[in-house]
Design a protein. Structure first.
Length: 367
């Protein structure tokens, strides 16, 4: 088992510290409904992420659904990237929205501002825009923000992969009208299952909070709601892991630099990273020359017990259950999805393991 290398590895907290927090849950008997651990985690995350208003949720998908509802976008047309995980699209569909796919920039792999402008000319009834900071690599937040302001559009960022990233000196989750993040166990910071939504005013925070808890406070009902609360058990996991997150990012940076040195000169391409971004090193994506090369390399690595993932495949605009009129062509995203492969990336990855992965990749590319 120890020889198997997977694309992600869940970070576990110190047992004693985690169990101490669980003991507090047993002592109070307060298991959910925004208890002390959840309240403390919200405050700690506001400080860590440098945001003013943050609401914990039971996962990133429900966080996105709450943001869509509170932005008044339910049932409306949403422009979004086709190059991301399917949960982004799922949240839109669950909210009764119509997806309008906008192709991505070939270098950043994030939603293209230029193509968004063209899309808005063709579909002036679009009400909101949902870009994704793919791999934690920042979108062109200046250009996208300007376009949305000019056109009176709501801007919601899916920052599920961008925990801890900073852009132009401030937390990346500060951009847009709302940002959501995922705290799934595969993320560099996690609560086993969980997520959050970031807003910018007390009134927005209150609306999100009410919607998260069935839409009512006591006997007074305010809005359509859902149960999106995070339990005290999950919050305890987050409180136990958060203090070690800076160290985890530093270790991932070291792994990333080792990959960079070992993969130099191989027939691979990489997404472009903005010079304004302080990255979290959440993933190590590579682009193979073509899909045939990718499939050959992925199989060869698997035979060596190195398990990669096609983040993100397929391009969402090609999913078979979508209405035909939604399946518009996005050639850049479709091409990238056919060639992108993520290598194992986590702080515990040892140098000799990175050497092993790189050597196996080099041999596979040579065939």
């Amino acid at each position: 088992m120890e020889n198997k290398l997977y694309v992600t590895k869940s970070r576990l907290p110190d047992k004693e510290k985690f169990f101490r927090r669980l003991e507090e849950v047993f002592q109070t008997g307060w298991i959910t409904n925004h208890g002390c651990h959840a309240q403390n985690l919200e405050m700690s995350l506001c400080d860590y992420l440098a945001v003013d208003e943050l609401l914990l949720c039971n996962n990133g998908t429900t966080a996105l659904m709450l943001a869509l509802q509170c932005a008044g976008l339910a049932g409306k047309k949403i422009a979004l990237t086709p190059y991301t995980y399917v949960a982004t699209l799922s949240a839109i569909l669950w909210m009764g929205c119509t997806p309008v796919f906008v192709d991505v920039d070939p270098e950043t792999m994030c939603l293209s501002p230029e193509k968004l402008r063209k899309c808005l000319q063709d579909s002036p009834d679009i009400a909101g825009v949902l870009p994704v900071h793919v791999y934690g690599l920042a979108c062109d937040v200046e250009a996208l923000g300007a376009i949305c302001r000019e056109n009176g559009l709501s801007l919601i960022y899916d920052a599920a992969q961008a925990f801890g990233c900073r852009y132009a000196g401030k937390g990346l989750l500060n951009y847009g009208d709302y940002s959501i993040c995922s705290f799934h166990a595969t993320k560099l910071f996690h609560t086993a299952e969980g997520g959050c939504v970031v807003s910018h005013s007390a009134s927005e925070h209150q609306a999100l909070s009410r919607a998260r808890a069935f839409g009512h406070e006591g006997d007074t009902h305010y809005c359509l709601g859902i149960n999106a609360k995070m339990s005290e058990l999950h919050a305890a996991m987050g409180l136990s892991l958060l203090p070690g997150t800076d160290e985890e990012i530093a270790r991932r940076k070291h792994v990333h630099e080792a990959y960079d040195a070992l993969l130099a000169g191989m027939n691979l391409a990489f997404p472009r990273r903005s010079s304004k971004l302080d990255w979290n090193y959440a993933y190590y994506p590579v682009l193979l020359p073509d899909e045939g090369s990718l499939l050959r390399v992925q199989d060869a690595l698997a035979q060596q017990d190195i398990y990669t993932r096609r983040y993100f495949y397929p391009a969402l605009n090609t999913l078979p259950y979508l209405k035909t009129e939604w399946q518009i062509s996005c050639p850049v995203a479709e091409n990238l999805a056919s060639r992108a492969l993520c290598l194992p990336m986590y702080g515990d990855l040892e140098e000799e393991q990175v050497v092993r992965i790189a050597a196996s990749l080099d041999r596979a590319l040579a065939h």
